[in-house]
Write a protein that binds this ligand. Structure first.
Ligand code: BES
Ligand code: MN
Ligand code: ZN
Length: 491
């Protein structure tokens, strides 16, 4: 499937279906739209009247055009109020257009959408992202995947000639998001810690990135007792992944992305009961998956920024070798942790990953983790939590998220709640009381970052969706690869 920007006016476009984006205040057929309607013998006006189309966001309609016309079908997609137009509105409208185009068996689609804030590059990028992400369907585990039927072959973005670079950027980012989606969606018997390491190897090999995989013995030498405590009961070897992208010249900044990488979280001896969503715990490597997805996108884009992609990957299992509730672990910074709940394992793996990353002496660290159910209770499935005491990073993430349409809400790093993590026997426990559970998790992580400006993203809710929504199909979303890439590319 090809996406290209063209400057053919909509009056002259020919193909299977022309999709016109319309604002609420612009559904009256006047001016150039009137000319188009005339050319289509009044079909556009009829369609709008027939379905009482008002231009509302999320609404759309399509109809057949009489034979003899250079276009087979015409569709309208609502864009809401003109002054409230967002890039995300265009992405959702694009998703609607693409889904309609597939349903209507179109090979060629023409999208005629307005430019957002006179920024044709960002507009073309957003539309192309939505095309790629809507069309990505994961049939790897279906034996009867129905791939036949007409397929979309070409989508032309009207008025977007000269935006090849923006379109290519969107495709690179799309490939990163798709990698993350496929890693998250694959079950724990397929995506294991060694497979995560092999995925990093494949990226390193294909794009010439530097790669270091620390094996269990290497982690032991570094004193990563927290990470290895979690890994103890698994039959599979833990893998500590450190992938590095270095630009050709002097880097403008040096940053790290650190992802929680639990390929399965059974809860350990504090095992997750039926009804707790244990069967979804293959998604507990969503942070690491987005880290590798971002690595692939960055490797394709080649910005002038040095980026370290890090994940301590393992499973949280049970066996005679499992850590016991109450065990005391020593992390690689020397701090001791009383494991009062083996199901709070993500923070243990991240503790050693953060100590390691902090020592690299970078300008900033962002970690992302499917860390707590408490964050999902607080913010729901569509919004991730962000914790940072660094105003600059908070702003950078907010800006990156504004462009990506992936939502974050800044949460408080409330020191007082760390009292709940006090241990009688060790420096800290790994879990506090239930109230504020996402905040105490962030405070726990903070104990392992000494010198580097840092932000923590709890993405437990948005990495998965049970229902199709906009450009996300049901399943893994690839959240927050696009925000991470924007963050790296930004100031
Ligand atoms: N991986 C889970 C968090 C999670 C829950 C992600 C639901 C996605 C959906 C994490 O390791 C966990 O088990 N957290 C516990 C912490 C508790 C024991 C303090 C939780 O949130 O219940
Ligand atoms: Mn857990
Ligand atoms: Zn977990």
């Amino acid at each position: 499937m090809e996406v290209r920007g063209i400057d053919t006016p909509r009056l002259e476009w020919s193909g299977d279906c022309l999709v016109v984006g319309l604002f609420e205040e612009a559904v009256e057929i006047t001016g150039e739209l009137g000319e188009l309607d005339q050319k289509l013998s009044g079909t556009l006006a009829e369609l709008i009247a027939e379905v009482d189309f008002k231009g509302k966001e999320g609404s759309s309609a399509v109809t057949r055009v009489g034979s003899g016309s250079p276009i087979r079908k015409v569709a309208v997609v609502g864009l809401g109020k003109a002054d409230a137009l967002k890039l995300e509105t265009l992405r959702r409208a694009t998703a609607a257009a693409v889904r309609m185009g597939k349903k209507e068996k179109c090979k060629t689609l023409g999208l005629s959408f307005p430019v957002w804030q006179e920024n044709a590059a960002l507009t073309a990028q957003a539309i192309t992202e939505a095309i790629e992400l809507t069309l990505h369907q994961d049939h790897r585990f279906k034996s009867d995947a129905d791939e036949n039927g007409n397929k979309l072959e070409q989508i032309e973005l009207l008025g977007m000639a000269g935006q090849d670079e923006a379109i290519a950027l969107a495709r690179s980012i799309g490939l990163g998001v798709i990698l993350a989606r496929e890693l998250v969606a694959a079950p724990a018997n397929i995506v294991t810690p060694p497979v995560m390491a092999e995925t990093a190897e494949a990226i390193a090999r294909e794009f010439g990135l530097e790669l270091e995989i620390l094996e269990q013995a290497d982690c032991e030498k570094l004193g990563m007792g927290a990470f290895l405590g979690v890994a103890k009961a698994s039959e599979l070897p833990p893998k500590f992944i450190h992938l590095t992208y270095r630009p050709a010249g002097t880097p403008r900044k040096r940053v790290a992305i650190v992802g929680k990488g639990l390929t399965f979280d059974s809860g350990g001896l504090n095992i997750k009961p039926t009804g707790s969503g244990i069967e979804m715990m293959k998604t507990d490597m969503g942070g690491a998956a987005a880290t590798l997805g971002a690595a692939k996108a960055i490797a394709l884009i080649k910005p002038d920024v040095e980026v370290h992609f890090i994940s301590a990957v393992t499973e949280n299992m049970i066996s005679g070798r499992a850590m016991h509730p109450g065990d005391i672990l020593t992390a690689s910074n020397g701090k001791t942790i009383e494991v009062n709940n083996t199901d709070a394992e993500g923070r243990l793996t991240l503790a050693d990953a953060l100590v390691y990353t902090d020592k690299l002496g970078l300008d900033a660290i962002v970690d992302l983790a499917t860390l707590t159910g408490a964050c999902v209770i607080a913010l729901g499935d569509h919004i991730a939590g962000m914790w940072t005491e660094n105003e600059a990073i908070a702003q950078q993430i907010a800006q990156a998220s504004e462009l990506s349409g992936e939502k974050f809400w800044r949460m408080p790093m409330e020191e007082k709640y760390f009292e709940g993590m006090k241990s009688v026997v060790a420096d800290m426990k790994n879990t506090g009381p239930r109230p504020g559970g996402a905040i105490t998790a962030a405070l726990f992580l903070k104990q392992f970052v000494k010198d580097t400006p840092w932000a923590h993203l709890d993405v437990a809710g948005p990495v998965w969706t049970d229902k199709e929504s906009g450009y996300n199909n049901a399943g893994a979303t690839g959240f927050p690869v696009r925000t991470l890439v924007n963050w790296v590319l930004g100031d």
